[in-house]
Design a binder for this molecule. Structure first.
Ligand SMILES: [Zn+2]
Length: 470
């Protein structure tokens, strides 16, 4: 291991190879088109930064963060509060961040703070995928899907050929390398809608995430963090977060501020186009750790799900896929994208952040649940009904996706566990989603009441869009 103190200057990396300079220029221009279309659409509070060099500003923010982190180097790890990062993988992550910055060259209509956040999560995904290959695995029986596909792709670590639990068939996909990401352009848009999608342009793939999807994830996670309590373990010395439903209900009866927070966020989002509560307080010291764990992996999963679509649907490795594996229903595409997302989140969390998969995958589960609740909230404001009509025809429900997450976890991380231990892991993975459901139960009637009183949704909800895809 290289234990020299990491310096910012070591982070500049060579531009990746496959997409040419002109491919990238065309891709960046197309990404900026999407970003400028969304600009001014809704009254979010981004400063107009057209006059600044956005790429330079983003780089400055990222290098400052890296410099601060580098100060904490203790010879083996870099520290950020309770998180510790091994120096070699952390250097790889930040080299990845800088490669993404070079690739995207973020421009006008991008917010450098949002870009920095997305670039860090994208780097974690890319670093954790490199050197691994896709293989086909048989679908677990309890995953509801069309009969058209019996196999789903899974990632395989080097040196485990043929030994991934539950994998039936070999699949000829070379390992991921830098070149696979060379045309991949991530960015954020100013839109308050729930957009997370990926689209190809020549040799580039554009992955814009909307501010709306990132912000609603944050405020929902903050409501969850406010509803749980840190309690002492039986040993009297260590602490844990109490997610139990009775504890949460008692907490909410005593202090309903998480319910207010989620209600205010939705009320403002649906009727004023701004996904923010009236007062946005900084998280309390007690909330900081559970919140940062949830939100970091929720956002990483949003992106990793799009990476799933990119590598399984958009960039067709036609030599490797047989037509029966390739032509699948939209619902199956979502399951496949989730699987790559789960794998990237679980693996990157363990490799880069020293966080076990039952914690990091809790963030993935939360992201899916927040998305579904947002969809329900939107449906209530538009129709007064709780279903999510825009979604159910093509996308699996949250319960179905969680069921696949369990099946994935059992096969990938739980083959050595007995049923009882496994159930405990499943409970841990879904705990935050249950807390959010308890809060949502108290918010939903208020949104139904608003709609019943004749409130008119913000203009953005009345315009047609085919963007949101999660
Ligand atoms: Zn999707």
């Amino acid at each position: 291991m290289d234990t020299a103190k990491p310096e910012p200057s070591q982070l500049r990396s060579a531009r990746a190879a496959n997409a040419s300079v002109s491919d990238l220029d065309a891709g960046r221009a197309a990404l900026r088109d999407i970003q400028s279309t969304d600009w001014g659409d809704e009254p979010l509070n981004w400063a107009l930064l057209e006059s600044l060099d956005i790429a330079e500003h983003s780089q400055q923010l990222l290098l400052e963060e890296w410099s601060q982190l580098a100060q904490t180097f203790d010879g083996e790890y870099l520290w950020d509060g309770p998180y510790k990062y091994p120096v070699d993988t952390e250097r790889a992550r930040w080299a990845g961040v800088m490669a993404i910055l070079d690739r995207v060259e973020p421009g006008p209509y991008e917010d450098p703070r949002y870009f920095a956040m997305v670039a860090k999560q994208a780097a974690a995904i890319e670093v954790s995928l490199i050197g691994r290959s896709l293989v086909l695995c048989e679908l677990p029986e309890n995953v509801p899907t069309s009969a058209a596909i019996r196999y789903v792709p899974m990632l395989q670590e080097p040196g485990t050929e043929g030994r991934l639990p539950g994998c039936g068939r070999q699949f000829d996909w070379r390992s991921f390398d830098d070149g696979d990401f060379s045309g991949l352009l991530v960015g954020t848009t100013h839109s308050a809608r729930l957009d997370a999608f990926s689209t190809t342009l020549g040799k580039t793939v554009l992955v814009p995430l909307s501010a709306g999807i990132l912000d609603t994830q944050y405020w929902a996670a903050k409501a969850v963090a406010g509803a749980v309590r840190t309690v002492k373990n039986d040993d009297g010395a260590s602490y844990r977060t109490a997610f139990e439903e009775d504890v949460v209900r008692a907490n909410l009866a005593e202090d309903a501020s998480p319910v207010e927070l989620l209600y205010e966020t939705f009320e403002s989002w649906l009727y004023r186009g701004r996904p923010f509560p009236e007062v946005s307080e900084a998280p309390s010291p007690e909330e900081t750790l559970p919140l940062s764990l949830m939100i970091q992996y929720a956002k990483r999963f949003l992106l990793a799900h799009e990476y799933g679509h990119i590598f399984m649907d958009l960039l067709r490795p036609s030599a490797a896929w047989s037509p029966s594996d390739w032509i699948v229903s939209r619902t199956t595409q979502e399951y496949r994208a989730d699987l790559l997302g789960f794998e990237a989140v679980g693996h990157s969390g363990a490799l880069l952040d020293h966080i076990p998969p039952n914690i990091s995958l809790g963030g993935a589960a939360l992201a899916l649940r927040v998305y579904e609740i947002c969809d329900e909230a939107r449906s209530i404001a538009l129709t007064g009904k709780v279903e999510s009509p825009s979604h159910t025809s093509t996308h699996p429900t949250f319960d179905q996706r969680l069921s696949q997450l369990h099946a994935y976890y059992r096969r990938r991380h739980g083959s050595h566990l007995d049923q009882e231990a496994l159930e405990l892991e499943f409970w841990r993975i879904g705990a935050q989603t249950t807390v959010l459901g308890t809060i949502w139960e108290q918010v939903r009637p208020r949104l139904l009441h608003d709609q019943g009183a004749g409130r008119v949704p913000h203009d953005m909800w009345l315009q047609a869009t085919d963007r949101n895809d999660m």
